[in-house]
Write a protein of this length. Structure first.
Length: 401
C-alpha cells in the first residue's frame, strides 16, 4: 500500500491574543486554564501547541463548541491570521516565511474558502458570483465562463447560471459558494461552518453532496463544525478542541470507541453509534474460505473440520466469488465433480467495509448466514455474524441507558 502523503503539517502552533504572549504561552504550557491566563495576563490563548498533519485528499474535520479555537486554527492554516509561535508547512514549506506577494499567490492557487454565510455578491448573478475568484486572478472572460459553468454543473446548478442570488434558496446559495471555491481548482478547500446556517434537511443534503463531490474530485477538505454528527459523517479524521487545546485527533470510530478525555466522552455519549460503527470494525476473519481452484471434496473437508454448513469462495486475488453449501458439495463430490463452479451460489448479499451497523440490521434479519464484508476492490475481508452484530448493537444500548 502506498504511503500517504501529507499536504499540511502543523508544528507547535500557537495563537495568543493580547499584550503578554510569552507569559501566557508559559502558563498555557503548564496547563493553566484559559480563564485564569486571561485574568493574569490579559491574553487569550486561542490555539495552544497544535500538532498534526493533514493527508492529501483527506476530509479533516476540526470541531468544538463556540470559543474552542477551531475557526482560528483554520485561518492560521492559510495565514489569514498570523501565528504567534510555530510552523505551518504547506508541501514542506513554512508559509510563515512567505512574503506578501507569494502568500497571496498561495491563497489564490492552493486554497479556497467556503463560509457559513455564503459571502455572495447580491448584484451579480450565479455565473458572475462563481467566476469572481477567477476574475480576481485575471483569467480571460471566455475561459472564466467555461470554468465557471463547469463548476456550476458539478454542484448541480445547471440552468441557474443567469439567476439572481435573491431568487435562490439557502441550500442553492451555498452551492453557489461551493462552486465559486471549486472554480479556481484549489488543492485545499477550507470550509468554516459551511452548512450551519441551513435548515436540517438541506444541511443533510449538502453533507451528502459534499461526500459525493469528494469521491469524484479528491480535494483536501478542512471542515469546521460544532456538530458531532456532522463531523462523524464527513470526517476521515476528527480533531476535537476545547479552550484552544486539541483533546483528541482520531478516526470517527476511534473517537466513539476510545474517547481520550472526559470532555470527548461527554461529546460522544449520546451518539447513535450504530450509524457510525462499520462492518469493518466488527467483522472477524474466518478460515472457512475456499479458493476458486479447490474441488468439492476439499470444500466438504473444510466445512467438516470447522463445523460449518457453508463456506465462502474467493479467487486467487481474494476477490469474493460466492458460497457453496455442504449438501451441494457432498452431491457434487459423489458425482465425481472436480470444480466448485457448478455449485457456486453467486447471488449472495454482501456489505462494504464502511457499511454502518444500522443498515445491516435488515440484512441480518433476512439471512441466517454470516454476511461477507468486502473491501472497495472486491477483496474478501471477513464476516459479520448475527451474533456479533447483535452484540455490538446491544453494547451500544447498554452504554446509552
Amino acid at each position: 500500500m502506498a504511503e500517504k502523503e501529507s499536504v499540511i503539517e502543523v508544528r507547535g502552533l500557537y495563537k495568543i491574543f493580547g499584550p503578554r504572549v510569552s507569559t501566557a504561552k508559559k502558563l498555557a504550557d503548564e496547563g493553566v486554564p484559559r480563564a485564569e491566563i486571561l485574568k493574569k495576563t490579559g491574553c487569550t490563548p486561542a490555539v495552544v501547541n497544535a500538532e498534526f498533519s493533514i493527508e492529501r485528499s483527506e476530509t479533516f474535520v476540526i470541531m468544538g463548541l463556540s470559543g474552542s479555537g477551531k475557526s482560528t486554527l483554520l485561518r492560521l492554516l492559510n495565514r489569514l491570521i498570523e501565528p504567534t509561535y510555530g510552523e505551518v508547512l504547506l508541501d514542506g514549506e513554512d508559509i510563515a516565511h512567505q512574503g506578501v506577494a507569494a502568500l497571496r499567490e498561495i491563497r489564490r492557487r492552493k486554497f479556497a474558502m467556503v463560509f457559513q454565510h455564503f459571502g455572495l455578491l447580491p448584484h451579480r448573478n450565479v455565473l458572475e458570483n462563481v467566476g469572481f475568484g477567477l476574475e480576481i486572478q485575471g483569467m480571460p472572460p471566455k475561459e472564466r465562463t467555461d470554468k465557471s459553468m463547469q463548476a456550476i454543473e458539478v454542484v448541480g446548478l445547471d440552468g441557474y447560471a443567469n439567476s439572481r442570488i435573491s431568487e435562490l434558496s439557502g441550500g442553492m446559495q451555498q452551492r453557489v459558494g461551493l462552486a465559486r471555491a471549486l472554480a479556481t481548482d484549489p488543492e485545499i478547500l477550507l470550509m468554516d461552518e459551511a452548512f450551519s446556517a441551513l435548515d436540517p434537511l438541506i444541511r443533510t443534503q449538502m453533507q451528502d453532496e459534499l461526500i459525493e463531490l469528494q469521491a469524484r474530485l479528491h480535494k483536501t477538505v478542512i471542515f469546521i463544525t460544532h456538530d458531532l454528527d456532522e463531523a462523524l459523517k464527513l470526517g476521515d479524521r476528527i480533531v476535537i478542541m476545547k479552550d484552544g487545546v486539541i483533546d483528541q485527533i482520531d478516526t470517527p470510530e476511534g473517537i466513539l470507541t476510545n474517547p481520550a478525555t472526559d470532555y470527548v466522552r461527554t461529546f460522544v455519549e449520546n451518539v447513535d453509534r450504530s450509524k457510525v460503527l462499520t462492518a469493518g470494525s466488527i467483522m472477524h476473519k474466518t478460515n472457512v474460505v475456499a479458493n476458486h481452484k479447490d474441488g468439492p471434496q476439499q470444500a466438504v473437508r473444510a466445512m467438516e473440520k470447522n463445523d460449518h454448513s457453508s463456506l465462502f469462495v474467493v479467487d486467487h486475488d481474494r476477490r469474493f466469488l460466492g458460497l457453496v453449501r455442504i449438501d451441494d458439495a457432498l452431491a457434487e463430490a459423489k458425482k465425481g465433480g472436480r470444480s466448485l463452479e457448478p455449485i457456486l451460489v453467486r447471488d449472495v448479499a454482501t456489505v462494504p467495509v464502511d457499511a454502518n451497523l444500522k443498515d445491516m440490521i435488515p440484512l441480518a434479519r433476512e439471512s441466517k448466514l454470516p454476511v461477507p464484508v468486502l473491501h472497495d476492490d472486491g477483496r474478501f475481508g471477513g464476516i459479520v455474524t448475527r451474533a456479533r452484530l447483535l452484540t455490538a448493537l446491544s453494547s451500544e444500548t447498554e452504554e446509552s441507558s
